[in-house]
Design a protein around this ligand. Structure first.
Ligand code: AQP
Length: 332
């Protein structure tokens, strides 16, 4: 790979990506491919921190891979792979977990949220999830990590782990920076706009999936929870409208003042339909490309096999150094 800065990011195959995953993270991955060495991953090992049905996980993983390609990730330009194909992630994760404190992991809000949502399965993997995420990033010595704002806390922990390792054993890891978009870093649920939009939300009207058809998208936006006022402007307390403005701004490129002028004198109903149409039109080409890529199983297999080979070769160098630094004996 050329001597450019390195980007790493991943997405869980826990279902079809939401508009939140797309606006907050994945849409930003494509333009970065020209300027950086990009390494993108379907993080299926993270997905099993919440119970998954094996056949569904397998399908969701391949769909997520095809969806990333449909979102413009080019496996010729970037390293695009499936996490469980590359053993270095789990290997480094063990080493880094011995450089992570129980107290640090206990403070992670995602752990607290997911433990509440799955009280019958608060497994150790859910607790150590951020260590595996740190390994994903540090195994490639990534400079930048494009994520939604909800992942900022995990990224800060990855930085702390890297610093601690370097202090203990000598310089090895780069300290990665977050790359968070200005607009759309957190897309909220359409039904509870104080909560983030999430793939695993049980209410299907709460999130737009990027493979939803136009009618479904418009119907969900029409049902979006707003407030009892009528003015379309971005203001504290107007969580529902703020969220719709954020989404509309992300897909049209218009700023909040322009949106307020465009809809002056119009009602929430008109605005919701306009947002729905803009989103549906924006996502239509992704749906078409997804149908193409997911139908060509041989091509997909070739891409993820080559992606895994490149990812392994790349990360092996760094993980071997980490093994040596902690005092593990070389085999050759
Ligand atoms: N609502 C959101 N707004 C902005 N960005 C978001 N991301 C997720 N939700 C939003 C970003 O999407 C990337 C991939 O996320 P993930 O699949 O690794 O896990 P997640 O953050 O836990 O996403 P979900 O949709 O909420 O999945 P489930 O329901 O399975 O837990 C990340 O960069 C994230 O910031």
């Amino acid at each position: 790979m050329e001597d450019k800065k390195v980007i790493f990011s991943g997405i869980q195959p826990t279902g079809t990506f939401t508009l939140g995953n797309y606006i907050g993270a994945v849409r930003n991955w494509k333009p970065l491919q020209d300027e950086y060495n990009c390494i993108y991953c379907v993080v299926n090992m993270h997905a099993i921190t919440v119970r998954q049905e094996p056949a569904k996980l397998r399908k969701n993983t391949l769909d997520a891979y095809a969806l990333l390609m449909a979102c413009g990730i080019d496996p010729e330009k970037s390293i695009l792979f499936i996490q469980s194909h590359v053993k270095t992630h789990a290997e480094l994760s063990w080493v880094l977990s011995c450089a992570t404190q129980f107290g640090e992991l206990s403070r992670m809000t995602q752990f607290k949220d997911k433990s509440k949502r799955h009280p019958d399965d608060i497994n150790a993997g859910l607790f150590t999830y951020p260590v595996l995420m740190a390994s994903d990033i540090l195994a490639y010595n990534a400079d930048l990590v494009p994520v939604g704002v909800d992942q900022k806390q995990h990224l800060e922990l990855a930085r702390n782990i890297a610093q601690r390792f370097n202090q203990r054993y000598g310089e090895l890891f780069k300290i990665p920076d977050a790359y968070i978009p200005e607009v759309g870093a957190k897309v909220m649920s359409l039904q509870e706009p104080t909560k983030k939009m999430s793939k695993s939300d049980e209410n299907p009207n709460a999130c737009i999936l990027i493979l939803d058809d136009k009618d479904t998208i418009i119907r969900k936006f029409k049902r979006a929870v707003t407030d009892s006022e009528s003015e379309i402007c971005y203001r504290e307390g107007k969580d529902g409208i703020n969220n719709l403005m954020t989404i509309y701004s992300s897909v049209t490129g218009k700023n909040f003042d322009e949106i307020t002028s465009e809809f002056a004198g119009k009602g929430y109903g008109d605005f919701k339909i306009a947002v729905g149409e803009a989103v549906a039109d924006h996502l239509a080409p992704i749906r078409e490309k997804f149908a193409e890529y997911s139908a060509d199983k041989e091509y997909l297999k070739k891409c993820y096999t080559e992606g895994a080979e490149k990812a392994l070769a790349y990360s092996q160098r760094i993980v071997s150094k980490a093994y040596r630094k902690v005092g593990f004996v070389d085999i050759k």
